[in-house]
Write a new protein. Structure first.
Length: 114
């Protein structure tokens, strides 16, 4: 399986972005997926999870601001981010949850700055 994240960029505080992550292969729909982020000099952290049937879980720092969703027909998981803060600046990745990770893609850089 290959993972390709996109949609990052430079945004002002308070702004919004929508990230996408496309997965190759036909097994995507049977797995829970997660969005992770890694800020400069820090470890990679889990941000949000969506189960194969659409249940969602968020880390406290993004609750009410981020929304994870998926389109199994397109093998794609999304992260809608709003009310962005400078501390959201990071490289964002997606990967499978609750099992051995698939090979990490390159991620997509989100920079929140005025």
């Amino acid at each position: 399986v290959q993972l390709q994240a996109s949609g990052g960029g430079l945004v002002q505080p308070g702004g919004s972005l929508r990230l996408s992550c496309a997965a190759s292969g036909s097994i995507f729909s049977t797995y829970a997926m997660g969005w992770y982020r890694q800020a400069p000099g820090k470890q990679r952290d889990l941000v949000a999870t969506i189960t194969h049937v659409g249940g969602t879980i968020y880390t406290d720092s993004v609750k009410g601001r981020f929304t994870i969703s998926r389109d199994n027909a397109k093998n794609t998981v999304y992260l809608q981010m709003s009310s962005l803060k400078p501390e959201d600046t990071a490289v964002y990745y997606c990967n499978v949850r609750f099992t051995r990770p698939w090979p990490w893609g390159q991620g997509t850089l989100v920079t929140v700055s005025s």
